[in-house]
Structure formats: structure tokens, C-alpha cells
Write a protein that binds this ligand. Structure first.
Ligand code: TRP
Ligand code: ZN
Length: 878
């Protein structure tokens, strides 16, 4: 679709290609210096295509060595080629075979899209538009074809040769090289193509599917890392079993392989039968991986595996439909984790993530609908809005239809669309057809940007035992969308009586209520409940039933009442968060809290800690004080990050100091000598203990020493990292020494180095920028590895709010200067780091101006990538 590099692509311009690709045969000759790719594409015109219509294939930095049609070299006048395209001026009006040859230099491919080398291993990344960096092709997801791949390579450097599908042939070629032939019987778009060649170790296992087929499982990795792949393998088998149980989905090939590589732009990739993973999402052992790492591995292994049905068997018609596969697959991986671990804890975790990253995106200059209608660079649309808001939309469908109704609709989706490249409309249509519901208003969630703000007011009339509840919705304008339509908002709710137990009612009028769901359809609704015996406290948006912001009508007393009595664990947690945010936000804006308010909040927190019915993981989340960035977002304008940081610190100190001995005792009691296991129970216990440590470090005199002690005594990375990160985050007197020790102790382990980079980047002291400059300037800093760059710079922009947004602009300039350098190597990594500037609109004027000045200086640079250029322009325009 994209022809010229600065062109904007519009959804409304979608049209099928005049030609289709019937089948693909690829031959890779891999040598140390270069790789020669020969492609044989069987192509035919579509029925409606007029004779003489040119065929335009995509390329990206390609150089054509030769081209032939049905075995005969093409005349010069019959085609035109440049690095970005190959055009057949007048192809035959029948089926034909186009044969091309190109030579690639994988070693020099630092963008990590197409065929590149990571740690000596040849590997590929093709989503979304990387296949065109391998061969000239119709590189778009609505072109589906069977692929047969032959590859040869020197056996000494690449004893392992993998591609999609099943291995059908292999052998020696005599001259020290060998070959393998892989065939994938399933039609697939080119973005799911994958190839790996290298000297790799592996672990093997197998899985018997529900129909009794045996699937061979393999995880490939750098030699010596095999033992660290076992948790990933265990997660894979559990994912396969879960998809059969929950969705009736069985795996379809005889092999499923995963390869871990060190240089990778994102988390992982769902290539058919050959997933490729960032190694940080595969490797785990207790001494070097945290509980959060184990959790992440389980989640992403599941996510990529689930794509086999939601993404691969049913794929996207065009990249505007990305949310079709990503939102749905995130929903599926969230459900998997909920079933495998604790549902409420997972829900809180996912909502926290939504609030710390998606809400800021949706409320700033980079806001876009989950299904955008234009883009300059598709790589910039792999966003938290497409992924996480997309998952919330699917969750709302599940809420509206109920468990059985949702499963029925999903069954119909798989039945109707298996083998298709389809759209959001078709997905919604399935839900309409299977439920009989009209979802025409609901689709707006996909088409409109911005987070709805919900207003709540209520009234109780004792004389008539009538309770009225008024809900309003409003979405602020977002770039390109000055006016907004009302959304269909499912509000799961309950009324709670004065003694803390649920209250019923006789009748309700004035709006749509289905069981415990209110459906807010218009700008406002007033519901009248009759037969309500006492004044209730409303519990709204239980389980976070819609991705909205609620301006609550509840005061602190009612919030803390909910925190104690709500039967919905999510809302108990949320009530505490809301109560804390209110105090910090007010204080940051000069309105001090009263002692009584702090005492009441403390009492509620302590009650939570003491409650024997709650599990540790939940308590840990309930006791966590909202991050500075969450509070700032809540304030929403003229934010002074230093004031927010000070207010947050002061609140924690006020909460903690009278009970510091109690918290320290609870901290001590949670210690254990049990051997490490990543299971949810143990991980929950550690997270509560480390949560207490964080409160103690922030709010008591004894905390810093406890952290240093824990750092030295720790027998696993979870506890050691927590102690270091908490110390760094509060910049305790011990912090520099702990960072130094950590670095030496784990020297040589790149994934642990990332942890050190992250903790270092989050230190809120004034010298942090100078230290980061020194880290980057060190001759051995791996400047082309995305994990290293993101750990340092991504952590800084996203979670060091006071230093990134320094009033003197030093934080902003540090980042824009780094972005210029990174952009030359890897535009995807550069543009992602730059998105941190979306914070500017909510900052107070002098900081905002300093940020804009850094961006304007960046704009002066000529030769920015399209990735960085697009993000820069959108932030400057917003
Ligand atoms: N489809 C992948 C996922 O959601 C993510 C992905 C998109 C990706 N583009 C990528 C991964 C580029 C690596 C590189 O799991
Ligand atoms: Zn995905």
C-alpha cells in the first residue's frame, strides 16, 4: 500500500491486489558474508483484473540480482526495479511463475527487521513489513499462500536449520554445508514467515492434543542456556492445554518450535510453528530472574501460542485491523493467567498497566482509536491502545454476552473465519449473529480515541425508600477527533447496605439494567431503584467492567467503607487507590490533608494487612501507594512532578511512621527459608514482603538498613533486585554501593545488566543524567541491543518523572540526543523511546516549554526515520 516513504496510508483506500500469490518457494543460501535468496512465486491475476495491469511487488533496501518469468530471463523493458519495489509492466494474463534473486547482508541489518544476525544466529522478523526486506513480494496480510523453504548453510556455524511448518527433507551437501527443507501446509501471510539458522542448544518435549495427536515441542537457545528454558516449556504445555479447555482450540502442526534470541525489537513473535522470542522472555533461573520475569514468560509464551488461532488461522485483512488479533490475543492471555494464578490479582495488575500506560497515551498527543484509519509508519501503531485497550473491548463483549454467550460467539468466529484475513466489522458481526444483540453502538469503542470520563451522582429518599443514581459520560477531544459519540458502557455494580452486606431492590426504572449490569448508552442516565431499605453505598464498575475514568461522588469515608466491605476485590483495591490519589493530588496542589484523613487511610491499610481472608498478592497490591505518574495523570494539567513526588513521599511517611514497628514485624514474619519456587503463592508472599520494605524505606528511619540487609541476604533475584531497586528509587545512602555490588556480582549476564540499567535510570537524584551519559559512552556498552537501550532510556522516560521532566530541560535533551543516535541504528527503538514526550501537555508551563524546545531541536535534524518523524510531528502538533 505504501509506495513513497512519506506517504500516509488510509484505511479508506483499501483495495485487494490485482494479482494473488498462489504459492511460494524460497531458497536461502546462507554464507558468512551474505545470503542469497531465490524466490519462486506462482502468481495469477484475479478474475476482475484487466489484462495489462502492472504487478507491483514491495521491497525494502533490496537489490535485484536476476529476474525470470516462467524460466526465461525478463527483458529490461518488461520490468522496473528499485530498492523499494519491483514492477512487472505487463504480466501475462494467466498463472505464471516469477523467479527473483537478491543478495542480503544480514550482518549489517541493525534495524532487526527482515533477515538479521543475533549473536551469530541468522533469524528473521517479518511483522509487519519485514518480509519485503527478504524478497520482493506482495507484503500485506491479505495475501495468503503456502510456503516451501529450502535453506543451506555451513554446518559448523549453523547446525540448526529451522523454518515454519514441518521438516520434509534434509541432508549434507559435501562441501561442509548442509540443507533443510521445511513446508508449511497452512496458507499464511508473509508476516508470519520465519527462518532460523545457527549453532543452538535446545530442550525437547511433547504434547498430546485433545484428539490424540502428538506434537513435538522444542525450545532453542544459546548453548549453556538450556536449563533456563524449562519454565517456558512448562508454560507452553499449560497454554496448549488451556486453549483446548477454554476455547476448544487444538494445535494443528506436528511441531512447535520456539527460538530465543538476544537482539529483538519487541517481546516475541507468533510465526507459524516457529515462534521467535526475545530471550528475556524465555530464560529464567531463581538467581537471575524475578517473579515478575517468570510471570512475563508465562504470559508471553501463552500470548504467542494463542496467536496460532487468533492471528494465524484467522489473520488481519490489513494493518488497520491489528487490534483484531492483538486485542483478542491479549484478552486470551489475560484470561489464561487469571485461570492459572489469581483472577483478582491479575485484574488489578492489568488495570494498573492500563492506567499507567494506555490512559496516558489515550489522553495525550499520540491518542488514536484501537482501529486507526491512517498511519505513516505502521510500526508506530503497535501500541498499548491497540493491545491493552483492544483487550478491554473484547472483555466488555464477554461481559455483555456472559460466559456461555461469549464462548458461543467465539466458536462461530473460528468456524466462520478460519483461513480468512478479516476485519473488526466481521468480528463484531459474529457477536451480533450469535447473540442477536445490536452492537452498532458498541463498535464505536474501536473507532474512537480517548478515555471516557464518567460522572456519578446519587440520592437516597428515605420516605419513599427510593435510590436514584445518575451516570454521565464524556470524552474529551483527541487529535483529529473534535467531537465524540457516546459509547455503550457496561457498568457492573452492586449496592452495599450500612452493615456492609449487599442490598437488593424491588424495581428499577430510567435505564437499561441486566442483572448486575447497567448499560449506559447515552450521555447520561438516571436510574431509580425502588424498595431500597437504607441509604446504600454504590459499588460501580466492579472488576473494572469498562476502560473509563470515574469521577467518584464518594468521600473518603465511603471509599474506605468499600475498601473494607465490597464483595468485589477489584473495587476494594480501587477504593484504596482512589483515597490515596486524592490526598496526594490535593497536597501536590497546595491543599494539605488532615490528620484524621491520614489516620483513616492508615487504619484501612492496616486492616487489609491484618485480614486473614485476603491473600498476600492481593494485600501487596492493596498496600501499594499509587505511582507518581498515576497521580500526575489524575491531576491532569499544570503538573509539577517535584510537588507530586514530595507529596507522595510525605503521605507515605505520615502513613507509616506510627506503625513502622508493626510493618517491620510483618515484614520479618514474611521471611522464609523455603527453596525458591515461582508459584503464585510464594511470589505473592515475596511481593507483600517487598511492598512492606518499600513502605519502610520511604517512610521510616529503619527502612534503608533493612533494604541493604535484604540485598546481601537474598537467595533469589526477586528479593535482591527489589532491595536494590527500592534503594535506588529512594536514593538511600546505601544505593550507590548496592548498585555497584550488583553490577560486579552479575557482570557478564546481559539480562541482569538490564536490571541494573533499569534501577540506575530510576534514581531520582540530580546526577542521574550524568551517570547515564557515562553508561552510554562506555566503549563496551552494546549500543545496538534493544533490551539494553530500553532498560536504560525507556525506564528513564517512563518512570523517572522528576528527572526526565527537569525544569532545566536536561532530561529532555538527554533523551532527544540519544534518540538521534539510536535512530541511525534502529528506528523502531528510537521512536518508542521518544513516545515518552507524550507527557508534555499535562506539565506546568516551564517544563512543557523545555520539552518542546528539545523536540524542536530534534526536528532540525535532517534524515530522521519515518518512525521518529511521525511520532515527533504528532507530539508537536498535539
Ligand atoms: N505480533 C507480535 C506480538 O504481539 C509483536 C510484534 C509486532 C513484533 N511487531 C513486531 C515483535 C516486531 C517483534 C518485532 O506478539
Ligand atoms: Zn500479539
Amino acid at each position: 500500500m505504501r509506495i513513497e516513504s512519506e506517504q500516509t496510508v488510509y484505511l479508506k483506500d483499501y483495495a485487494p491486489t490485482p494479482y494473488r500469490i498462489v504459492s511460494v518457494e524460497l531458497d536461502f543460501k546462507i554464507l558468512e558474508e551474505s545470503t542469497r535468496v531465490r524466490a519462486q512465486l506462482t502468481i495469477e491475476p484475479r478474475k476482475k483484473t484487466a489484462p495489462g495491469t502492472p504487478l507491483v511487488l514491495n521491497g525494502d533496501e533490496l537489490k535485484l540480482d536476476s529476474v525470470a518469468l516462467d524460466g526465461a530471463p525478463l527483458k529490461q523493458s518488461a520490468y522496473a526495479s528499485d530498492p523499494n519495489s519491483l514492477t512487472l509492466v505487463e504480466p501475462p494474463h494467466r498463472r505464471f511463475v516469477l523467479e527473483t534473486e537478491v543478495t542480503l547482508k544480514p550482518e549489517a541489518n541493525t534495524k532487526l527487521m527482515g533477515l538479521y544476525r543475533s549473536g551469530g544466529t541468522w533469524c528473521t522478523q517479518c511483522e509487519p513489513e519485514g518480509f519485503r526486506r527478504i524478497t520482493y513480494y506482495l507484503d500485506r496480510p491479505d495475501i495468503l499462500a503456502p510456503f516451501k523453504v529450502r535453506m543451506s548453510a555451513p554446518k559448523a556455524v549453523a547446525p540448526v536449520l529451522l523454518a515454519n511448518g514441518n521438516l520434509v527433507d534434509q541432508g549434507e551437501l559435501g562441501d561442509g554445508t548442509h540443507f533443510a527443507v521445511w513446508e508449511d501446509p497452512f496458507l499464511k501471510p508473509a508476516y508470519l514467515f520465519a527462518l532460523v539458522a545457527g549453532d543452538l542448544g535446545s530442550i525437547k518435549d511433547s504434547f498430546t492434543t485433545m484428539s490424540g495427536r502428538e506434537v513435538e515441542l522444542g525450545i532453542y537457545c544459546a548453548h549453556g542456556k538450556e536449563a533456563e528454558c524449562t519454565y517456558a516449556m512448562d508454560s507452553l504445555k499449560r497454554s496448549m492445554a488451556w486453549d483446548e479447555r477454554r476455547f476448544g482450540r487444538e494445535y494443528d502442526l506436528d511441531v512447535f518450535n520456539i527460538v530465543a534470541v538476544s537482539d529483538f525489537n519487541f517481546g516475541a513473535m507468533e510465526n507459524k510453528g516457529l515462534n521467535i522470542f526475545n530471550d528475556r522472555l524465555v530464560f529464567a533461573k531463581p538467581e537471575t530472574a524475578t517473579d515478575a520475569n517468570y510471570h512475563g514468560i508465562e504470559r508471553v509464551i501463552a500470548h504467542e501460542y494463542f496467536h496460532n488461532w487468533t492471528g494465524n488461522r484467522i489473520t488481519c485483512r490489513d494493518w488497520f485491523q491489528l487490534c483484531l488479533k492483538e486485542g483478542l490475543t491479549v484478552f486470551r492471555d489475560q484470561e489464561f493467567t487469571s485461570d492459572e494464578r489469581s483472577r483478582p490479582v491479575q485484574r488489578i495488575h492489568d488495570v494498573q498497566n492500563l492506567r499507567t500506560s494506555q490512559f496516558p497515551e489515550d489522553g495525550g498527543p499520540l491518542a488514536h482509536p484501537p482501529r486507526p484509519d491512517s498511519f505513516r509508519e505502521i510500526n508506530n501503531f503497535y501500541t498499548t491502545t491497540v493491545y491493552e485497550k483492544g483487550a478491554e473491548i473484547v472483555r466488555m463483549l464477554a461481559t455483555l454476552l456472559g460466559e456461555a454467550g461469549f464462548r458461543k460467539a467465539m466458536d462461530l468466529y473460528f468456524e466462520r473465519h478460519d483461513g480468512d484475513a478479516t476485519t473488526i466489522e466481521a468480528f463484531i458481526k459474529v457477536f451480533e449473529d450469535s447473540s442477536g444483540r445490536d452492537l452498532s453502538q458498541f463498535v464505536t469503542w474501536y473507532l474512537q480515541a480517548g478515555t471516557p470520563q464518567i460522572g456519578v451522582s446519587d440520592n437516597y429518599d428515605a420516605a419513599s425508600q427510593t435510590y436514584t443514581l445518575t451516570l454521565t459520560q464524556k470524552v474529551d477531544p483527541t487529535p483529529g477527533e473534535p467531537t465524540k459519540k457516546p459509547l455503550l458502557i457496561p457498568v457492573r455494580f452492586g449496592l452495599i447496605g450500612p452493615n456492609g452486606s449487599p442490598m437488593g431492590w424491588n424495581g428499577v426504572s430510567g435505564g437499561t439494567v441486566e442483572g448486575d449490569l447497567i448499560l449506559l448508552e447515552g450521555d447520561s442516565a438516571t436510574l431509580t431503584f425502588t424498595g431500597v431499605a437504607n441509604k446504600p453505598v454504590p459499588s460501580l464498575f466492579r472488576g473494572f467492567s469498562a476502560p473509563v475514568k470515574v469521577s467518584t461522588n464518594l468521600g473518603q469515608a465511603e471509599l474506605l467503607f468499600l475498601a473494607r466491605h465490597d464483595s468485589d476485590p477489584f473495587n476494594r483495591w480501587d477504593a484504596l487507590q482512589t483515597a490515596s490519589i486524592a490526598l496526594i493530588a490535593n497536597a501536590a496542589q497546595g491543599k494539605a490533608w488532615s490528620d484524621a484523613e491520614v489516620d483513616a487511610l492508615r487504619a484501612a491499610l492496616v486492616d487489609t494487612l491484618d485480614n486473614p481472608d485476603l491473600d498476600d498478592a492481593f494485600k501487596a497490591q492493596a498496600l501499594s501507594i499509587p505511582a507518581e505518574t498515576v497521580v500526575s495523570r489524575n491531576i491532569g494539567r499544570d503538573v509539577d512532578p517535584d510537588a507530586v513526588s514530595e507529596a507522595r513521599k510525605a503521605l507515605i511517611a505520615a502513613l507509616v511512621s506510627p506503625v513502622s514497628d508493626k510493618l517491620a514485624a510483618a515484614y520479618a514474619a514474611l521471611g522464609t527459608n523455603a527453596p525458591y519456587s515461582p508459584d503464585a503463592g510464594q511470589a505473592g508472599r515475596r511481593s507483600l514482603r517487598n511492598g512492606l520494605l518499600s513502605l519502610l524505606v520511604a517512610g521510616s528511619a529503619q527502612g534503608a538498613a533493612l533494604a541493604a540487609q535484604q540485598f546481601h541476604d537474598a537467595t533469589n533475584m526477586t528479593d535482591r533486585y527489589a532491595a536494590m531497586a527500592i534503594s535506588a528509587h529512594h536514593w538511600t545512602a546505601d544505593a550507590p554501593a548496592l548498585l555497584g555490588e550488583f553490577r560486579t556480582r552479575f557482570a557478564g549476564d546481559p539480562l541482569v545488566f538490564d536490571k541494573w540499567l533499569t534501577a540506575s535510570a530510576q534514581a531520582p537524584d540530580h546526577e542521574v543524567i550524568e551517570r547515564m551519559r557515562a553508561i552510554l559512552a562506555a566503549p563496551d556498552f552494546p549500543k545496538t541491543n534493544p533490551n539494553r537501550l530500553r532498560s536504560l532510556l525507556g525506564s528513564f522516560v517512563m518512570s523517572n518523572p522528576t528527572q526526565f521532566a527537569r525544569v532545566d530541560g536536561a532530561g529532555f535533551r538527554f533523551i532527544t540526543e540519544a534518540v538521534v543516535e539510536i535512530d541511525k541504528v534502529n528506528p523502531q527503538v528510537a521512536s518508542r523511546i521518544l513516545t515518552g514526550f507524550r507527557i508534555l501537555p499535562i506539565l506546568e508551563t516551564s517544563r512543557r516549554e523545555a520539552g518542546l524546545e528539545a523536540l524542536r531541536a530534534l526536528k532540525e535534524q535532517h534524515s530522521l526515520s519515518r518512525n521518529v518523524g511521525e511520532i515527533l510531528d504528532r507530539i508537536l502538533a498535539g
